[in-house]
Design a protein around this ligand. Structure first.
Ligand SMILES: NC(=O)c1ccc[n+]([C@@H]2O[C@H](COP(=O)([O-])OP(=O)(O)OC[C@H]3O[C@@H](n4cnc5c(N)ncnc54)[C@H](OP(=O)(O)O)[C@@H]3O)[C@@H](O)[C@H]2O)c1
Length: 277
């Protein structure tokens, strides 16, 4: 269909991305989904979604994807949903700099690179929506998530600046700020702590044990967790509204965190956040 709207969604092997591409397709979008692994292409294609491989930490793979999706869409990209990311847990003093750099490579620099390469296609047509899947940790800090928090704070800074710079161009930029959402995110974070943090020899060893129990689920379910459909509800608004919002917090803890940050003096707010687990 010539008037079918097109969207790129990254990180579609699981969680929010996997849910949103199927919901977008059901809502009539032509969807270009990206995954990192070859084996993750087939389940998307089986559901009628055009799937590509792209890894944010590899500049060539971003350029190759943009070349291929430009050819597939005839240069018509209506929307970009940057979503693929991971969380590297660990106390700031326990983070090796190369581990912090890797976190930024995927969560910030890769997103910037893909966005930069898609904006010219949108500018040519004088329209577009760029939606960034940030996090409540892009607005409020969280202990033992310094790398991830810093990457999402950086993303917020770049994205609100971009939003202002694109005003009048027909291209709108929005940030989604979820709290806990059901996905593989915590399982992937658990793998990253085991891979990159020397838990046993850290001064934070006892805190890590509590964190690890939370990440592997043995501390019990998080009653505030919502499904990825909660993210899709606001994604739809960001894509369809005449006046998309700059920020879309999702889940009760995310909304509470924003209100408390606004109301409390900074010192009191950070003391309070110290006890959030
Ligand atoms: N779940 C939450 O509680 C929560 C809360 C706030 C914000 N978020 C944000 O929501 C977004 C989606 O996460 P999710 O919850 O759906 O987690 P998820 O199930 O772990 O999905 C993350 C996706 O990102 C992909 N990814 C990881 N590194 C990548 C890279 N270098 N290049 C391209 N893709 C990469 C993963 O691919 P592989 O399968 O190949 O690893 C996977 O498809 C992220 O931006 C995350 O920060 C999640």
């Amino acid at each position: 269909m010539a008037d079918q709207r097109t969207i790129i969604v990254t990180g579609c092997s699981s969680g929010i991305g996997a849910y949103c591409v199927r919901a977008l397709k059901a809502d009539g979008w032509r969807v270009f989904a990206t995954v990192r692994k070859f084996d993750d292409l087939a389940p998307l294609e089986a559901d009628g979604i055009e799937a590509f491989r792209m890894d944010y930490s590899n500049t060539d793979s971003i350029s190759d994807f943009v070349r291929d999706v430009t050819a597939a869409s005839g240069g018509r990209i209506d929307a970009l949903f940057n979503n693929g990311a991971y969380g590297q847990p660990g106390a700031v003093e326990d983070l090796r700099t190369d581990v912090l750099r890797a976190q930024f490579e995927t969560n910030v620099f890769g997103w910037h690179e893909l966005t930069r390469q898609i904006i010219p296609l949108m500018r040519k047509r004088g329209l577009g929506r760029i939606v960034q899947c940030s996090s409540i940790l892009g607005v409020v800090p969280y202990r033992y998530r310094g790398a991830y928090t810093a990457s999402k704070f950086a993303l917020e800074g770049l994205s609100v600046t971009l939003r202002m710079e694109l005003q009048g161009s027909g291209i709108h930029v929005s940030l989604i700020e979820p709290g806990p959402i059901t996905s593989r995110f915590t399982a992937n974070a658990l793998a990253k702590i085991n891979e990159n943090i020397d838990v046993r020899n850290s001064v934070h060893a006892s805190d890590y044990r509590r964190q690890l129990a939370r990440l592997d689920g043995s501390a019990g379910p998080n009653r505030h967790k919502l499904g990825p459909e909660a993210v899709y509800a606001v994604l739809k608004h960001a894509l369809n509204s005449h006046n998309p919002k700059p920020h879309y917090p999702v889940t009760t803890p995310a909304k509470q965190g924003l209100v408390l940050k606004r109301l409390l003096p900074a010192d009191l707010f950070y003391r309070l956040m110290r006890w959030v687990d």
